[in-house]
Design a protein around this ligand. Structure first.
Ligand SMILES: Cc1cc2nc3c(=O)[nH]c(=O)nc-3n(C[C@H](O)[C@H](O)[C@H](O)COP(=O)(O)OP(=O)(O)OC[C@H]3O[C@@H](n4cnc5c(N)ncnc54)[C@H](O)[C@@H]3O)c2cc1C
Length: 604
């Protein structure tokens, strides 16, 4: 497959970068873009020959198969934070909106398609379950409530007591509390396979967040997952980033309790690269137990992390078909259950996904693709005969495909299967887990490994860290880490080239500065804004207008001591009696950053 990006292609990486990212999954790719956008010099290293991790594709006999991920909630909707982010990053691959969002096939042969519009969905549920109408209203009122509080708690790291009552609740408990109808209970958990864990171990809050996000749009990338991942890689290169594929990080170098470099092996060389910060998008245990020497990490914390439960691995069968009717595939699409007990997700259900219903280009003309996903409840370490395991699960799936679509087997042009071992081989994810640690109440929030704090200048992005697994949470982790790093003066190594004047918000401010004599002697107007950050220990960075500037500051050490942002703005006012509040740049600045407290002070 032709790659959109170049990569370093045989060239060695430079000796030093502001940031080195281990792994080019979606977490690594997004973080790389965000840091490069802030003018950091970033090296992204991927052990595989392609980028994307679980968001990649492979090709056989003209069929292009998604290796794993196929639901991309929110990303095609620019009104959402993640959709907007992609637009800002200049990602142009198209998105096909799914409607219905999902299909469920029940043990009694009945089916239910989930419409993409929430009100239509709720009416449809009420029509089908008239005896549960009031409970449905109560349930979805609660789902909406915890969705909003969940976003604040898990995606924005804000404290709220509104979740207290529900943070320990599982999906199963929430459904049991609200409903009696077993079919409705299964229907509301029938897509739990996408969590990689049974409803009795999945957080109700996290589930609610995903459940409602589908109604803001669930998408499939035009051209498949690789197009999306490659496009992120291309945008990163355009921002000056360097990508090394088929290159493995073997060691994170630690000095004075601080990550400061990496050792990389490429096909024909070993490189040592200095790094201002190291960000691991790789498997967390691999990072802590294999890439860092044991003396440098707190063993108890690593042992705690090791005791967490990973999500189930997902077995996949990829099939290329010729001559299969589209309508037969459309009817078979979705989750199939042969038990009413949703906790049996890893034994009694599987999912049929037909990407060619959304993107016919994935198959040669007249062809279709079927991808079957089946969670497997296995003891990874005890399996010795992986070939036998693979043959057994594949046979089970093929039998079911033939049952659901008689004549299926005859239409097969190409067929491949992937077990947990395959997932591990291509991505190095612990035990081939599907979404990192289980998103169970006891493994979320502060109980999930944090984005940083284990070692200075070492950060984590992806599904093994906070907030959780799946594309949206992984992107959120990358946004958070990029925010933390660009807020941290130390993260910006000396090599950051100067910002363009026009890119620097300080520039606009300086142009309007009515009181230039207040600027520290010998400094330039940009430095006024650098002052903001350092000198306000009492101010939270979030509400500090200087924070927004500081994030773009390539030279934090040039800060001159002794001023505070509020005073700067107050002084504008006091020392310029002729200036109306309206024309006070301090006020404009405050408005621009939504600092309402500051505005109030001005008014007083
Ligand atoms: C079958 C399946 C289906 C899924 N379906 C969906 C879905 O429909 N929707 C959804 O939202 N989520 C889905 N998920 C989950 C989702 O794909 C993941 O949570 C997400 O993609 C993880 O992204 P990541 O960036 O954390 O890491 P990964 O995708 O795991 O990427 C990590 C990268 O790091 C690289 N790496 C590791 N170690 C090193 C090293 N030492 N040196 C260099 N590189 C290294 C790996 O090669 C890999 O490319 C699915 C997962 C699976 C397995």
């Amino acid at each position: 497959m032709k790659r959109l990006f170049k990569g370093l292609r045989g060239h060695s990486p430079e000796a030093s970068y502001d940031a080195v990212i281990i792994g080019a999954g979606i977490g690594g790719l997004i973080c790389a873009n965000l840091l490069a956008r802030e003018s950091l010099r970033v090296l992204l290293v991927e052990q595989h020959y392609m980028v994307g991790g679980y968001c990649s594709t492979f090709r056989r006999k003209g069929f292009t198969f998604d290796a794993a991920t196929h639901f991309y909630p929110l990303l095609g909707n620019p009104a959402t934070i993640t959709g907007k982010l992609l637009r800002e990053l200049g990602v142009t691959n198209g998105w096909v909106k799914m409607d219905p969002v999902d299909h469920f096939h029940f043990p009694d042969g009945s089916t239910f398609a989930v419409p993409a519009d929430f009100d239509t969905y709720l009416s449809k549920l009420k029509q089908e379950f008239p005896h549960e109408v009031e409970s449905l209203d109560r349930f979805f009122t609660l789902v909406r409530e915890v969705y909003l509080s969940g976003l604040l708690t898990y995606f924005r790291w804000r404290e709220t007591d509104r979740l207290d009552q529900y943070s320990q609740m599982t999906v199963r408990e929430a459904l049991d509390q609200h409903f009696r109808d077993r079919k409705l209970k299964l229907l509301l958990a029938a897509d739990c396979g996408h969590w990689g864990s049974p409803p009795s171990r999945t957080s109700f809050v996290f589930d609610s967040m995903l459940r409602l996000s589908y109604f803001l749009g669930n998408y499939y990338p035009r051209g498949g997952s690789q197009v999306f991942a490659d496009e992120l890689a291309l945008r990163f290169e355009e921002l000056g980033g360097h990508i090394l594929t088929s290159a493995k990080i073997n060691r994170i170098v630690v000095r004075n309790k601080s990550a400061c470099g990496v050792e990389v092996s490429t096909t024909n060389a070993q490189h040592y690269v200095n790094a201002g910060v190291v960000i691991s998008n790789a498997d967390l245990l691999l990072t802590l137990e294999q890439l860092i020497e044991p003396d440098h990490v707190d063993r108890e914390r690593v042992a705690c992390i090791r005791s967490l439960r990973p999500t189930h691995p997902c077995f996949l069968v990829h099939v290329g078909l010729k001559g299969m009717e589209t309508e037969v595939l459309r009817a078979a699409h979705g989750y199939h259950w042969d038990s009413w007990d949703s906790d049996r997700v890893a034994t009694n259900s599987f999912k049929i996904f037909v990407p060619t219903l959304y993107e016919p280009e994935m198959a040669p003309a007249g062809g279709h693709i079927v991808i079957v996903q089946k969670l497997t409840d296995i003891d990874y370490d005890s399996i010795e005969d992986w070939a036998g395991h693979k043959a057994k699960v594949e046979a089970y799936i093929m039998q079911n495909l033939e049952r659901v679509m008689p004549g299926f087997t005859e239409k097969v042009v190409v067929k491949l299967s992937a077990s947990a071992l395959t997932s591990h081989r291509f991505t190095l994810n612990h035990k081939g887990a599907m979404l990192g640690w289980e998103m169970s109440p006891d493994q979320l929030g502060a109980n999930r490994p944090a984005l940083n704090g284990l070692l200075k200048n070492l950060y984590f992005v992806g599904h093994w860290t906070q907030p959780g697994g799946g594309i949206t949470p992984v992107i959120v982790s990358a946004m958070q880490v990029a925010g933390k790093i660009t807020n941290t003066p130390k993260a910006l190594a000396n090599s950051s080239p100067g910002l363009e004047r026009s890119d620097n918000p300080g520039d606009a401010f300086a142009r309007e500065d009515p009181n230039p004599e207040r600027v520290c002697p010998g400094t330039n107007p940009f430095r006024v804004h650098h002052e903001f950050e350092k000198t306000n220990p009492g101010l939270s960075l979030r509400s500090n207008p200087g924070d927004a500037f500081a994030r773009k500051d390539p030279n934090p050490e040039r800060v001159c001591p002794g001023t505070n942002p509020f005073r700067v703005h107050h002084e504008f006012e006091k020392t310029n009696p002729g200036l109306s509040l309206r024309s006070n740049p301090g006020l404009k600045l405050a408005n621009a950053f939504g600092v309402t407290k500051l505005n109030q002070r001005f008014r007083r």
